[in-house]
Design a protein around this ligand. Structure first.
Ligand SMILES: [Zn+2]
Length: 269
């Protein structure tokens, strides 16, 4: 495969064999022996592929096609075709702990689901790809608080997609929102960012606690997913942070109602 020419004769540059790395976002059975997968690839972004014969016992794909896997793949690709043909797929990094630990699996599945929802087909974004791999790696090897890496991911995803919330200054009056926000104060989070205590009072809406605001600011300032793992949020603050981020993503990502993986885990945990 590696020695094949990039273009085949007679097809006007529309066929090519490409090697790329990707993360498996989802899989589904197709007919009796095959699988259809969505991959997030480094070069082409989200790509749907069919893995023929993947469900046969002696399949060449073996265990590579599981969601959250980091894989090297060879795709036979044609322009203007919704479903590409996967001809080879091997695991690069086995993220074993993501499937062995329920807390980690929950975070990992939420992360791949968010990438699936937020990205468009065949729009490569290396920054998003690197973020995705980095967060899965961090969650896989985390010794504590893997859910903090999910909030970090959601915050960075917002930035990559161009709707980073403004958390350091009030979106209405531009007053600074210091770290030392009064413990008794509550701030309202809008679709664009935060309202200071004064501006929040005028909205009549229930705000979030100073601790939750500080946690969101820390997630936004952090530059690596590993650096947020020390953040152990209390159940109350955890809920505030989780809801704020989810509402933010729901407002900005068309058609996004909530995470399926969260619903599944809500019934299990
Ligand atoms: Zn204000």
């Amino acid at each position: 495969m590696g020695t094949s020419p990039p273009y085949r004769e007679g097809n006007e540059h529309s066929d090519m064999i490409v090697k790329t790395e990707g993360i498996v976002l989802s899989k589904m059975k197709y007919r009796d022996t095959s699988k259809i997968l969505r991959l997030y690839t480094r070069e082409f972004g989200k790509v749907s592929v069919i893995a023929k014969g993947a469900r046969e016992t002696k399949s060449k794909f073996r265990a590579a096609l599981e969601p959250m896997n980091h894989v090297a793949c060879v795709i036979y690709r044609k322009d203007n075709r919704d479903l590409q043909l996967l001809s080879q797929c091997d695991v690069i990094t086995p993220f074993r702990h993501l499937s062995e630990d329920m807390g980690k699996m929950r975070v990992g599945l939420s992360v791949v689901e968010l990438v699936d929802i937020a990205s468009h087909a065949e729009e490569g974004n290396e920054i998003l790809f690197s973020l995705l791999v980095d967060v899965l790696q961090t969650v896989n090897s985390a010794t504590k608080n893997p859910v903090s890496a999910l909030y970090y991911f959601e915050m960075k995803l917002s930035g990559i997609m161009g709707f980073n919330p403004q958390l350091e200054r009030c979106v209405h009056c531009n007053a600074g929102i210091p770290n030392g926000l009064e413990e008794t104060g509550r701030c309202v989070i809008t679709h664009d960012g935060i309202l200071c205590n004064n501006c929040s009072d005028n909205t009549g809406r229930k705000g979030i606690s100073a601790s939750a605001v500080r946690s969101l600011q820390q997630m936004q300032r952090a530059t690596t997913s590993e650096s947020v793992l020390h953040m152990n949020l209390s159940p109350l603050v955890n809920e505030e942070v989780q809801c704020s981020l989810l509402r933010h993503l729901q407002h900005h990502i068309e058609g996004f109602r909530g995470l399926r993986s969260e619903e599944v885990f809500a019934t299990l945990l």
